[in-house]
Write a protein that binds this ligand. Structure first.
Ligand SMILES: Cc1cc2nc3c(=O)[nH]c(=O)nc-3n(C[C@H](O)[C@H](O)[C@H](O)COP(=O)(O)OP(=O)(O)OC[C@H]3O[C@@H](n4cnc5c(N)ncnc54)[C@H](O)[C@@H]3O)c2cc1C
Length: 510
C-alpha cells in the first residue's frame, strides 16, 4: 500500500457529468486543494468527439460495459447497461441530447421532502449552466459553461417525425426546453462546431491549469477511509497499486448510479443484511443504498424499411422526440418516444432486420413504476456488481408502453413518412398479448438509470437535501443516484445541475 503524502481539502470521486462540475467549482477557490479521481482515461478518442459515433463506444475501453441481471419480466434476457468510463463520464459517451425535465419532476422532489429542489429553485441553476444558441428566451441561459443549441442541418427523416407528430394532433414545440414540454420537436444538443461538447470541455478543461486541482485518471476508488462515522479519505487503485488519499474537509462521491452505491457498500455503508452476507463490517445501516434503481425502458425494435437509400445520420442520429401522456389524467408526460435514424433493435430481434436500410421509432416510458437494485456480488472490488434493472415489472409500465407503441405506429404509418416508408418491419398489427410479448423482447435501456442513493428524509433515503450522507460526517453524494425519482426526460442536464447544487452546498458550509 502506498499513501499519497499530500492531503487535500476535498476529494471528488468520478469525473462524470456531476463530478467535473463539483471539482471545477470547488477549485475556483485557490486556497483549497482538490483531488479528482477518475476510473477511466482521457476523452480524446475520435469516436468520442464525433457525435454520431456514440453507439460504437458500446463495450469498448471507454464503457464500463455492465450487464444486467436476468430481466425477470422479460424472459430472463440479459441487457447491456453502458456507462462512460473516461473524463466526462457518460457525457463523453452519451447522445448529447440536452433536456432539463418537466417542472413537475422537480416539484415532486421538493414535495417529497427535498426543500430547495423545486422547479423554481433549479431553473436558475440550469440557466447558469447553459450557453444557449437558439431563439432567445427568458427561460434559457447564455454565457454558461455548456454550449447548447438546436440541431444544425437536421436529417429529413427527423423532420418527418415532427410532421408525423403534428399529423396525429401533437403540438409542435419550438424549443423542448421552453415553456411547454408536451409535444413533438427537435432535441437541443451539446455539440459545438460538429464536435461533442461535454462537461469535460465546459467545466474541467478550463480548470486544469489551476495548481490547486489534481486530476488522476485510471484511478479506481474501491472504498472510503473512515474514522468512526467520519469519512476521512479514499482508497483507490492505479496501475495495479493501492493508494490512500486524505480529505480534511469532505469527500464527494460522483461515481454515478452504479459506481456510487458500489463504493458505499464496499465501505460498509448500506443495508446491514447485504453487508453481513459479504462479511463487510457495518459502518452505517443505510437501507436505501443501491435500492430504488429506476431507468426509462426504451423499445429497440419498432422499425421501418426505407424505400430508397437511408439518409445518413445527422448530428447524434436521434434528433427528434416527443413527450405525451399515456393517460390524459396525468399531471405530466409519462412517455417519450424518440426517432432514431438507423436500425436499433435488441439482439433477440436483430436477425429480422435489414440493418442498413432501416430507421427506428423507439417508444419509451419516462415515469416508470418498476424499481430495481444495485447489489454487490462479493466484497472483492474487482468483481462486477449485480444490477437488477427490473424493466416492466409493474403492469402500469406495460400499459404505458402499449400506449406509446400505438402512438409510434400511428406516426410511422402516417403520410409524413410516405416518401421514405417501404414497409413496417416490426412489430406489425399484433394482438394485445402478442404485442406484450414483443415489448418484453424489445425492451432495453434509454441509458437513464438513476436514484440508487435517493435524496430525502425517509428511512430509505441515503442523502439529505444538501446531499450529505445520513449518519456520516464529511461525505456527500453528487450524481444521478440522488434523484428521488428519475426525471421524465434525458438525465444529463439534471445530473450537471446536481453537480452545481452540490458545489453550492459545500461552499456554503465552509
Ligand atoms: C450511451 C448513453 C447515451 C446517453 N444519452 C443521453 C443523452 O443524449 N442525453 C442525456 O441527457 N442523457 C443521456 N445519457 C445519460 C446521461 O449521460 C447520464 O444520466 C449522466 O451523464 C449521469 O451523470 P453522473 O454524473 O451521474 O454519472 P457519470 O457521468 O456516469 O459519471 C460517473 C463517473 O465516475 C467514474 N467512476 C465510476 N466508478 C468509479 C470508481 N470506482 N472510481 C473512480 N471513478 C469512477 C466513471 O468512470 C464516470 O466518469 C446517456 C448515457 C449513455 C451511457
Amino acid at each position: 500500500m502506498t499513501t499519497i503524502q499530500q492531503n487535500f481539502d476535498f476529494i471528488v470521486v468520478g469525473a462524470g457529468s456531476a463530478g467535473c462540475v463539483v471539482a471545477a467549482r470547488l477549485s475556483e477557490d485557490s486556497r483549497v486543494r482538490v483531488l479528482l479521481l477518475e476510473g477511466g482515461g482521457q476523452d480524446d478518442h475520435p469516436d468520442v468527439k464525433d457525435p454520431t459515433k456514440w453507439p460504437t463506444l458500446f463495450y469498448g475501453a471507454m464503457d464500463w460495459g455492465w450487464k444486467t441481471a436476468p430481466l425477470r419480466s422479460c424472459f430472463n434476457r440479459i441487457d447491456h447497461l453502458p456507462r462512460g468510463k473516461m473524463l466526462g463520464g457518460c457525457h463523453s459517451h452519451n447522445a448529447n441530447a440536452w433536456v432539463r425535465g418537466h417542472h413537475t419532476d422537480f416539484d415532486n422532489w421538493a414535495y417529497s421532502g427535498c426543500p430547495g429542489w423545486s422547479w423554481n429553485d433549479v431553473l436558475p441553476v440550469f440557466k447558469k449552466i447553459e450557453d444557449w444558441h437558439g431563439p432567445a428566451s427568458e427561460l434559457r441561459g447564455t454565457g454558461g459553461p455548456i454550449y447548447v443549441s438546436p440541431p444544425v442541418d437536421p436529417n429529413p427523416l427527423a423532420a418527418s417525425f415532427i410532421e408525423a407528430g403534428c399529423s396525429v394532433g401533437l403540438p409542435v414545440l419550438e424549443d423542448i426546453n421552453g415553456p411547454e414540454m408536451l409535444g413533438v420537436g427537435y432535441f437541443n444538443f451539446t455539440v459545438k462546431d460538429g464536435k461533442r461538447f461535454s462537461v469535460a470541455d465546459g467545466y474541467l478543461r478550463p480548470a486544469l491549469q489551476r495548481p490547486n486541482l489534481t486530476v488522476l485518471t485510471f484511478a479506481e476508488t474501491d472504498r472510503l477511509l473512515m474514522d468512526g462515522n467520519r469519512c476521512t479519505g479514499v482508497e483507490y487503485r492505479q496501475n495495479g497499486q493501492v493508494f490512500q488519499a486524505h480529505a480534511s474537509s469532505e469527500v464527494i462521491l460522483s461515481a454515478g448510479v452504479i459506481g456510487t452505491p458500489r463504493i458505499l457498500l464496499l465501505s460498509g455503508i448500506g443495508p446491514e443484511v447485504d453487508l453481513k452476507s459479504h462479511g463487510i463490517p457495518v459502518v452505517a445501516n443505510l437501507k436505501g443504498v443501491g435500492r430504488n434503481l429506476q431507468d426509462h425502458p426504451l423499445l429497440a425494435g419498432l422499425l421501418y424499411e426505407c424505400s430508397g437509400p437511408l439518409p445518413p445520420p445527422h448530428n447524434n442520429g436521434a434528433e427528434s422526440t416527443l413527450w405525451w401522456k399515456s393517460d390524459s389524467q396525468l399531471i405530466g408526460p409519462d412517455i417519450q418516444p424518440v426517432f432514431i435514424e438507423f436500425a436499433f433493435a435488441t439482439p433477440e430481434l436483430a436477425s429480422r432486420v435489414p440493418h442498413h436500410r432501416c430507421y427506428t421509432i423507439s417508444p419509451s416510458v419516462v415515469r416508470p413504476q418498476s424499481r430495481g437494485t444495485v447489489k454487490l456480488a462479493s466484497a472483492n472490488p474487482e468483481l462486477a456488481p449485480i444490477i437488477d434493472v427490473n424493466y416492466l415489472a409493474c403492469d402500469a409500465d406495460v400499459k404505458a408502453m402499449l400506449a406509446a407503441v400505438e402512438l409510434c405506429r400511428e406516426m410511422g404509418a402516417s403520410d409524413a413518412f410516405k416518401e421514405y416508408r417501404a414497409r413496417e418491419v416490426m412489430p406489425g398489427p399484433l394482438s394485445r398479448p402478442d404485442m406484450i410479448t414483443f415489448i418484453r423482447n424489445a425492451v432495453s435501456t434509454y441509458f437513464h438509470p438513476t436514484s440508487t442513493c435517493k435524496m430525502g428524509h425517509t428511512p430509505m433515503c441515503v442523502v439529505d437535501h444538501e446531499l450529505k450522507v445520513h449518519g456520516i460526517d464529511g461525505l456527500r453524494v453528487a450524481d444521478a443516484s440522488i434523484m428521488p425519482n428519475v426525471t421524465s426526460g434525458n438525465t444529463n442536464a439534471p445530473s450537471i445541475m446536481i453537480g452545481e447544487k452540490a458545489a453550492e452546498f459545500v461552499l456554503k458550509n465552509r
